[in-house]
Design a protein around this ligand. Structure first.
Ligand code: SF4
Length: 560
């Protein structure tokens, strides 16, 4: 560890001032302290962005007119991206001549994304100008899936759907109404409404996504997601490819690299040589389904070599209860507890883990030691991948969190916090009474440990005659494409006996909307109101998505 020489690319980037000069003080002796960006360096990063005091009248050359120098004047309005859950900051550039949005760029004042976006953020311009986008409520003509539509009014949509919902509720057919979410984004608002209707009507995609990992975390500490502080970590362990495909991948990616630039080591556990793995100090290409064995072997090394955080374990775990319950013959001492844990995991030797996973024993011993040495500054994450696609995948997050507990990095600077600690969670006023219904199409009794709705089974249950959906909403969700058996969805969505009315709320056409009765347009990043707060890093923020043209009018003193 210690001082790390800049690479050639870093040297050139620093010289050209593309990135701040991170090596001028040879700061990376991070045993003493981790480097933070100074105010001047942060200001330097912002120099490439228009400063907010010029947002109402920003002039720049039109790149399309090149080589001519044609000046364009813009009004800049902030909003947040709607193309994944990170909700990165965007700034919309509105041409002051035409009042049209011309482009989207990052917003350096957004604490999560800090001005940096993935390609999908600026691509919002393609979405709002897409000639095929859905602009009006559409109603099906002809049979479902035939592709014939007519424009209808919102009044007709509201009257038809609400009358049907009301009838179902009055006739005690509560199980026949569902709001199936792909991307939520309206922070509990819809749950509040469903509760007001007194129904168990929320359905999600989570069981084919993050449910496995969430379960593993939740049974440790009651929070179902991790929030790693990558930027301040000394060792980062990623299960799967977080630089390019993890949850909050852009805000995470920039902080993982920031951590690395400050000297942190990065290990990636992924069968694929992903971009993330290729940027890592260690790549652990585990055979799928063997990740937990590797993590337990690491845990055992930390225990055996005394690399654990005694203070944390003594004060924050129920080790005495464990000894009472499992080793009542032993005296209740911390030393006896540690020995009992070493014995508990006796089979998880490095050699056993190597045989199981294909990862060399020497490498996992090395990583375990470095994790132990990183102490509280051990950041880690598991979301989909290993947690989602293996029988027992939930155990991966559980075993990963075991390392977090052993190092005492739970909630520490440079460690891994529960996600709710880094997220503002609004509460709605006047909450309705909890509903008294249990929808067995979502939580069937034969799966009592289901952590989220067993949504992948819905069309199969309908096919078996276990119920029907009288009013079914899909919301930014495409089950025909997303679930493994899209053709079963098509078969059931085509059947009006199974799905009475299907309303697809979507900003774009998709395979599921094609089988709807109503296709209801939604606003994109620059067209809607939402409040966002997500655990993108070690900090909490709240952002506001807004219709930028309307906001521009308001700022210009015009009625909106
Ligand atoms: S990472 Fe950020 S910019 Fe990219 S899609 Fe997600 S929210 Fe948008």
């Amino acid at each position: 560890m210690g001082y790390k020489k800049p690479s050639l690319i870093e040297k050139v980037a620093e010289k050209l001032r593309i990135i701040p000069d991170l090596h001028k003080d040879k700061y990376q002796e991070y045993e003493e302290d981790m480097r933070q960006f100074s105010d001047e360096e942060v200001a330097e990063m912002y120099e490439n962005f228009p400063s907010p005091d010029r947002w109402d009248d920003w002039v720049e050359y039109d790149p399309k007119a090149w080589p001519k120098k044609v000046k364009k004047t813009y009004q800049i309005i902030p909003t947040t991206c709607f193309n994944c859950e990170s909700a990165c900051g965007l700034t919309a550039f509105i041409d002051k001549e035409t009042q049209e949005v011309k482009k989207f760029e990052g917003n350096p004042h957004h604490p999560g994304s800090r001005g940096r976006n993935c390609a999908k953020g600026p691509a919002t311009i393609n979405q709002i100008t897409d000639p095929d986008r859905i602009l009006y409520p559409l109603k099906r003509k002809g049979k479902r899936g035939e592709g014939e539509w007519e424009r209808v009014s919102w009044d007709e949509v509201m009257d038809t759907i609400s009358a049907r919902i009301r009838k179902a509720i009055n006739e005690d057919r509560h199980n026949e109404i569902a709001y199936h979410v792909g991307r939520p984004g309206h922070e509990k608002f819809m749950n509040w409404i469903l509760q007001g209707w007194g129904i168990d009507g929320h359905n999600s995609h989570t069981n084919i996504c993050s449910s496995g990992a969430r379960f593993g975390y939740n049974i440790w500490y009651g929070y179902d997601r991790p929030s790693p502080d990558h930027a301040n970590a000394k060792f980062i362990l990623l299960v799967s490819a977080h630089l390019e495909s993890g949850h909050y991948f852009n805000p995470h990616a920039q902080r993982i690299i920031e951590g690395k630039m400050k000297g942190a080591k990065l290990a990636t556990m992924d069968p694929r040589l992903s971009n993330t793995a290729s940027m890592s100090d260690y790549w652990l290409p585990t055979y799928p389904g063997t990740e937990a064995a590797v993590l337990l072997a690491m845990a055992r090394i930390i225990l055996k070599e005394g690399l654990y955080n005694r203070d944390y374990l003594e004060n924050w775990t129920n080790w005495q209860e464990y000894l009472h319950a499992m080793h009542s013959d032993k005296e209740v001492t911390f030393e006896n507890y540690i020995q009992a844990m070493i014995d508990e995991y006796a089979e998880f030797t490095p050699e056993f883990a190597e045989k199981e996973s294909g990862v060399k024993a020497s490498m996992l011993v090395q990583i375990a030691r470095e994790i132990g040495e990183a102490g509280e500054r051990f950041a880690s994450h598991n979301w989909r991948a290993a947690g989602a696609s293996n029988l027992g995948g939930w155990a991966v997050a559980r075993c990963l969190h075991f390392l977090t507990v052993l190092t005492g990095s739970v909630g520490a600077k440079g460690g891994t916090s529960p996600n709710s600690w880094n997220k503002f969670s609004p509460t709605q006023p006047n909450p309705p009474k909890p509903h008294k219904k249990w929808n067995e199409l979502h939580f069937p009794k034969e799966y009592p440990l289901a952590f989220f709705e067993m949504s992948q089974l819905l069309p199969h249950f309908l096919k078996e005659g276990r119920g029907k959906m009288d009013v079914y909403f899909t919301r930014v969700f495409n089950p025909v494409w997303t679930y493994p058996d899209g053709f079963t969805w098509i078969e059931q969505l085509s059947d009006e006996e199974k799905f009475g009315i299907h309303a697809a709320l979507t900003p774009t056409w998709n395979e599921t909307a094609f089988y709807a009765d109503f296709v209801l347009p939604m606003g994109l990043a620059s067209e809607r109101h939402d409040i966002n707060s997500y655990a993108t890093h070690g900090g909490t923020w709240v952002a506001f998505r807004q219709p930028v043209l309307r906001e521009a009018e308001r700022r210009n003193g015009n009625p909106v």
